[in-house]
Design a protein around this ligand. Structure first.
Ligand SMILES: Cc1ncc(COP(=O)(O)O)c(C=O)c1O
Length: 416
């Protein structure tokens, strides 16, 4: 690979998604490589929020509920078609990822009576593991935490060994939050189904970065954030997916009136609505959903295959430059080397990763620190240029060469 800056410029010139960068507010000159924590603000979002606030809320007042009431399923359908490879009526925008995980985990466990084991991955995002532990404790179930390689992700043989007729639900991330490792989603789903269990995917780092093809792989259940590659903004509501033929068989544990059949009949007892709507709980965040819609439309317009291809190329460039410039300073690739086996972010391990992260931020590069010793770089294919990656890595090598990171605190004060 040609590692010159001119080669990076040439990649940008040939990038079919290059024009999407102008669809985002880029008011800073930061080399922003944290789009997998909080995606950038789409240009259309402030106007979409203002429309809901000024026209619909300000003028339409309570009458606007006639148009708001169906938004959670309408935007769910947008995500289904443009991002998740799911069918209409299989996706709902609601609550947070953590709450949606809880709802689907309990619903899934209830759907497998007589089975008393929940499986999750020891290296998965904390909220997933905590929720599995909490649900297991409340129900008197056992947790099987399977080990995964911190850099390479899940080994299917390890998963297979944890599956038997006691397992009710398996919770796994499609893209690992730290390493970016991406298992074969179809193969995992088959394994779990062969054991008679349900699989609940956390798509937070996958949605908008890689094709997940939920219908094609026969996925059961899934949840995910919308504020990462979907650019829905801070605190944007999450999405949940339930396979069409499963929905009516499942009961979620939070019996709210937004999951109720004939909601405004104000009936005496909870009777869940048919289909995906039964997974709603309370009044949805209308402003937040307006921002999710803008983000979902952008991803759908760009096309998930083109986004994934650019994500592979951007992260390939990170890897090549890390090998060439950073490895001599003790930086080690902590993500799968095969671009087909990872999402759109890369982790690099170094004993002083926290100091390096601080030094990079002060030099205009925005990565993330991840425990125990990783600098995580998430170039977002919608708006990150190849020259941004090149420049960020160039500053990274300068920090290491000058030892600039040595001046920074070694202890993290607080999580940001
Ligand atoms: C993989 C993964 N799952 C779940 C969550 C939690 O989502 P929320 O805080 O919106 O519930 C996050 C947040 O970053 C995440 O990265």
């Amino acid at each position: 690979m040609d590692l010159s800056r001119a080669a990076a410029e040439a990649l940008d010139a040939a990038d079919p998604l290059a024009a999407f960068r102008d669809r985002f507010v880029i008011a800073d000159d930061a080399l922003y490589l944290d789009g997998n924590s909080l995606g950038r603000l789409p240009r259309d979002t402030p106007a979409a929020l203002a429309r809901v606030a000024e026209e619909q809320w300000g003028r339409g007042l309570v009458g606007s509920w006639s148009s708001w009431i169906g938004r959670a399923t309408e935007i769910g359908d947008l995500l289904a078609a443009g991002v998740l490879g799911a069918r209409p009526g299989e996706v709902l925008v609601s609550d947070s990822t953590s709450v949606d995980l809880y709802k689907l985990l309990v619903a899934g466990a209830d759907a497998r009576p007589g089975r008393d084991v929940l499986v999750c991955c020891a290296d998965d995002f904390p909220t997933d593991r905590y929720l599995v532990a909490g649900v297991a404790q409340a129900r008197g179930m056992e947790v099987r935490e399977i080990a995964a390689h911190i850099d390479e992700g899940l080994d299917l043989d390890v998963l297979a060994a944890a599956l038997d007729e006691r397992v009710a639900v398996v919770v796994l991330s499609a893209v690992a939050y730290r390493s970016g490792a991406l298992p074969d989603l179809a193969a995992v789903t088959r394994l779990v189904h062969d054991a008679g269990a349900l699989v609940l995917w956390d798509l937070s780092h996958a949605a908008g970065a890689v094709p997940v093809e939920l219908e094609a792989i026969g996925a059961d259940l899934a949840v995910g954030c919308t504020y990462k590659y979907l650019n829905g903004g801070p605190g944007a509501p999450a999405f949940l997916y339930v396979r069409r033929d499963l929905a009516d068989e499942l009961r979620q544990p939070i019996w709210g009136w937004f999951g109720q059949r004939d909601q405004f009949a104000m009936g005496p007892a909870y009777d869940p609505a048919p289909g995906i709507e039964r997974f709603g709980v309370g009044t949805p965040p209308v402003l937040g959903m307006a921002a999710v819609e803008v983000g979902a439309r952008l991803v759908a317009e760009a096309g998930i295959d083109r986004l994934a291809a650019k994500g592979r190329a951007l992260t390939d460039l990170v890897v090549a430059l890390a090998d060439e410039w950073l490895a001599p300073h003790g930086v080690v690739l902590a993500s799968p080397r095969d671009a087909d086996r990872r999402g759109s972010h890369i982790s690099l391990a170094h004993p002083q990763a926290w100091q390096l992260t601080q030094a990079l931020v002060d030099r205009g590069v925005v990565p993330d620190f991840r425990t125990p010793d990783r600098v995580r770089l998430g170039p977002a294919p919608l708006y990150t240029r190849f020259v941004d990656v090149w420049d960020a890595m160039d500053r990274f090598r300068a920090v290491l060469a000058e030892g600039a990171h040595e001046a920074y605190p070694t202890e993290r004060a607080r999580v940001t």
